[in-house]
Design a protein around this ligand. Structure first.
Ligand code: OAD
Length: 257
């Protein structure tokens, strides 16, 4: 079985992580232009870091739900499998999905990287509570970031620019390596099943990947309580929360193939 799964914020909603465009979604209360663009970071890096810090804290307290677990089961069962998630949280990883079977197309909130050069700093549990002193450091290994700070934000140890969260912001390119992994998977053959769960499919590339994945008569299953631009292409619409629907869908797929 060859399977592509595309996920969005709705899959983590039942773990207590707000979506972006839903009822209590971030973009209902905050202006993305003030928090999730390179211009916002240049204007007020502390405000941006505070928002990401709060999100990191919330994600750390959350646990993967039955939707993440079901996707992991499918990843272990299917011969060919790729999960492309727009989520920057680590809940798919914590549910046990192998790294080589997942692409985080919008980045990883627990990575801290330079706003100018390619320097990146990975997670270190011991440093995760350091935010009050050094907001940009929360979750990063200090030796790989910097010993220098500007208004509490770490500076790159290579080029001295400010460090920023390792996510994709509005107006930015998708990460080239990750994009290539998605393209390679799609070029490798049509899928028997494409599942799209918990995303408004706002971005054209999500729709494009779902349609290309299911191009040769594969099933296109949408799991979302609400209609999206993809709904009209779906061969199966499941209007239920992901944590309820996905365990059943995965059980059926595993039984049937
Ligand atoms: P959105 O907030 O746009 O959409 C969440 C979707 O999940 C909606 O379609 C909801 O109907 C659905 N939903 C809510 N609860 C659900 C549940 N329990 N089970 C299943 N579905 C549920 O989030 P995304 O589509 O992920 O990007 O947003 C895409 C991108 O826009 C994000 O990665 C982020 C955002 O701006 C960047 O920051 C670049």
């Amino acid at each position: 079985m060859r399977v592509l799964v595309l996920t969005g914020a709705g899959v983590s909603a039942e773990s207590g992580i707000p979506t972006f465009r839903g009822k209590d979604g971030y973009w209902r209360n905050f202006d993305p232009a003030k928090l999730a663009t390179p211009e916002a970071f240049a204007r007020d890096p502390q405000l941006v870091w505070e928002w990401y810090h709060e999100r990191r804290q919330r994600i750390r307290k959350a646990r993967p739900n039955a939707a993440h677990e079901a996707i992991t089961r499918l990843a272990h069962h299917a011969e060919d499998f790729l999960l492309v998630t727009q989520n920057v949280d680590d809940l798919h990883t914590r549910a046990g999905i192998p790294a080589q079977r997942m692409v985080q197309i919008h980045g990883d909130i627990f990575v801290t990287r330079c706003s100018r050069c390619d320097w990146r700093a990975e997670l270190c549990d011991a440093e995760r509570s350091n935010f009050r002193d050094h907001p940009g450091l929360a979750g990063a290994r200090p030796s790989t970031v910097s010993n220098e700070y500007e208004d509490g934000i770490p500076k790159c140890s290579q080029c001295a620019a400010l460090m920023r969260p390792g996510v994709v912001w509005f107006g930015e390119q998708l990460p080239w390596n990750e994009l290539e992994r998605v393209e390679n998977f799609l070029d490798g053959g049509a899928c028997d099943v494409v599942i799209v769960a918990g995303t408004t499919a706002t971005f054209g590339y999500i729709i494009d990947w779902a349609l290309r994945g299911s191009r040769d008569g594969g099933e296109l299953i949408e799991v979302n309580p609400e209609e999206t631009p993809l709904s009209r292409f779906a061969t199966q619409l499941v209007r239920e929360p992901a944590a309820i629907a996905l365990p059943h869908i995965v059980d059926q797929l595993i039984r049937s193939r």
